[in-house]
Ligand binder design. Sequence first.
Ligand SMILES: [Zn+2]
Length: 229
Amino acid sequence: MSQLGPGTGMCPRCQAAWSSAVFSSLDADTIPAQVDAILDGTFELRACTACAFEFRPEHPMLFVSHVRRLWIVMHPLTDRREYTTLEPAVEATVVHEIVMAAPLVGDRLHGVRPRLVFGQHMLTEAVRAVWAGLDTNLLEIAKLLTIRRNLPALMAYGPFELCFERFDDGNPVCAIHALPDGARLGEFALARDVFAEAVAGRSLMQQRFPALFERAYASATRYLIGTTL
Ligand SMILES: [Zn+2]
């Protein structure tokens, strides 16, 4: 069930305070208009009352689709440094929900792998990837391979993460977002063959990067961030 709750924060440009209702949970199966807004990047979009800058407010929210077997917990970007604490809590919550749920709901949750994302743009990525039929694990491996192939060009941006946005003529295109503040710095088209390499190297990558396959924060970023969180 979708729920609204109080939200507060600051404009990312001028730091003016905002206060308004935001979603604390969103049932994707019952309010498709909000899912469409997440997909097109306009979910909860608002203009700062002080400087008119348009932004999506950062706040915690649970995104659930039983139909798609999705359970995604969004946290604000500023919580990323806490991911080692938040991750087991998210995973335990799903187990708890299954135990406590009515049998029908519990059945729907069985086998659901929870996801933890930081920032509105990474929720959008997670939903876009599923709606586009992209395998999350392969997408994150493809990002790691892309970064390895193009390290000098990408490092010029400073600390960053890749965020899938769209397909251009069949090529996946990722935005480049700064760490830790999430600013969109540019974009980078993934090579056509990178997914084939990801598929071929899947078992090897699973040994090297097990958390991508097993944990809730299934993000290439967890292997790229050191103290830049
Ligand atoms: Zn502002």
